[in-house]
Write a protein that binds this ligand. Structure first.
Ligand code: NDP
Length: 435
């Protein structure tokens, strides 16, 4: 921590991995004495830059842009870009560190990276978003490339932002190449990429439930967030016969006892994606639902919880509330939404608990499939991509069992994911020497 002052999220992520990986290293001489974990916790490169842009009033605005190139042992750096006022070095380093393990788990050839800016897209016009994206990419373009570093979306960066950044990259470099993923279908995107993180999270949760001989059918499901991941997690739960009763944003949550069905979800998508409005507007059309201002949905009784908004959104007390209400499974759609206290509580209660690096890996996995399609200059069908996504999520689940199954049969998915992710990166680093 002396080396990384004022980086609590980064230390939290490294600590969580170290806790499970260090005992493994101690029992496996092959991984000793090479400072492997220490090297993994040091980014290969950190780029920080000024982003100037002109707002609609002609005023100059200044933001800070970042790209963390964490680890390229198994493939080009890969990971999303986040635009949110809370973005700082600690948050991006935590995300880039997690990303390295996650990408390793997907079995595809992708190293770890993450980036973004402390830019707040809320309330900005389309023109301002475009100006910002163009300015951001003008600098970022010097550091990325289809074989070097391939960014994607994350909080605050969706199809619109990827389009603006792609256009600027192409203009600067005069090449049409798969330098970003999450692209639109008309210029190299992949079917199922928008759905992939949410769908993948639900596929993973379904595999966890099947270890207890049960499924989503008839289960009550609590979901937080109402962005990309939350929307498609909701869609998949509905398809599998579960009942989603909550969604949220940073202002509060809605509780719909009757369940959010496909029509209601379409309305949520209209509010969030087209109007860029607030989740409380759900009540304008469905007044029987409740809106809890400033609240989070963890107090609602459920069988399964899928936190899909942001980091540290379930603390120890909230975890206990879920456990006491009979929740049997938690799968992280977001990155590190559960605090260490919450993870410990789930562990002690022997809940089925999936860490994000396993359960939300479907997004980056499908980004990897987008890269493959770009290289081949081919487009796979929905069924093909969805089939590969299912297979990858299933393989990740198997890898977690392999490294995380305990003597009493309980599966420690945290341990399983950390060790499985570590081994591949460690092997590649060992083979490549001290570089
Ligand atoms: P979006 O921007 O589409 O949606 C984010 C949602 O979370 C919004 O509902 C937002 O509410 C809410 N939110 C964001 N920040 C906060 C906060 N500080 N407090 C409370 N609520 C907040 O992002 P995504 O759905 O893409 O990402 C959600 C999570 O999933 C993130 O942790 C991301 O890293 C992770 N993830 C995303 C992947 C992807 O493919 N998109 C892949 C893997 C992980 P509001 O509108 O009020 O800001």
């Amino acid at each position: 921590s002396k080396r990384n002052p004022n980086e609590p999220e980064f230390l939290q992520a490294v600590h969580e991995v170290a806790e499970t990986v260090i005992p493994f290293i101690e029992n496996n001489p092959r991984y000793q004495n090479k400072m492997l974990l220490e090297r993994m916790a040091e980014p290969e490169r950190v780029i920080m830059f000024r982003v100037n842009w002109l707002d609609d009033n002609g005023e100059v605005q200044v933001n800070r842009g970042y790209r963390i190139q964490m680890n390229s042992a198994i493939g080009p750096y890969k990971g999303g870009l986040r635009f949110h006022p809370s973005v700082n070095l600690s948050i991006l380093k935590f995300l880039a560190f997690e990303q390295t393990f996650k990408n390793s788990l997907t079995t595809l050839a992708m190293g770890g990276g993450k980036g973004g800016a402390d830019f707040d897209p809320k309330g900005k016009s389309d023109n301002e978003i475009m100006k910002f994206c163009q300015s951001f990419m003008t600098e970022l373009s010097k550091h990325i490339g289809a074989n070097t570093d391939v960014p994607a979306g994350d909080i605050g960066v969706g199809g619109r932002e990827i389009g603006f950044m792609y256009g600027q990259y192409k203009r600067l470099r005069n090449e049409f190449t798969g330098v970003l993923t999450g692209k639109g279908m008309s210029y190299g995107g992949s079917l199922i990429r928008p759905e992939a993180t949410g769908y993948g999270c639900v596929y993973f949760a379904q595999s966890m439930l099947s270890t207890k001989d049960t499924s989503f059918k008839g289960k009550t499901v609590v979901i937080s967030g109402s962005g990309n991941v939350a929307q498609y997690a909701t869609e998949k739960v509905i398809q599998l016969g579960g009942k989603v009763v909550t969604l949220s944003d940073s202002s509060g949550y809605i509780y719909d006892e009757a369940g959010i069905d496909a029509d209601k979800l379409a309305y949520v998508m209209e509010i969030k994606n087209e109007r860029r409005g607030r989740i409380k507007e759900y009540l304008d059309k469905y007044p029987d639902a409740k809106y809890v201002d400033g609240g989070q949905p963890w107090e609602v009784k459920c069988d399964v919880a899928l936190p899909c908004a942001t980091q540290n959104e379930i603390n120890g007390d909230e975890a206990k509330m879920l456990i006491n209400n009979g929740c049997m499974a938690v799968a992280e759609g977001a990155n590190m939404p559960c605090t260490p206290e919450a993870v410990t509580a789930f562990h002690n209660a022997k809940l089925l608990f999936a860490p994000g690096k396993a359960s939300n890996a479907g997004g980056v996995a499908t980004s990897g499939l987008e890269m493959s399609q770009n290289s081949l200059r081919l487009n796979w069908t929905r069924e093909e991509v969805d089939g590969k996504l299912k297979e990858i999520m299933n393989d990740i689940h198997e890898a977690c069992i392999k490294h995380g199954k305990e003597a009493d049969g309980h599966i420690d998915y945290v341990k399983g994911a950390n060790i499985a992710g570590f081994v591949k990166v460690a092997e590649a680093m060992l083979a490549q020497g001290v570089v």
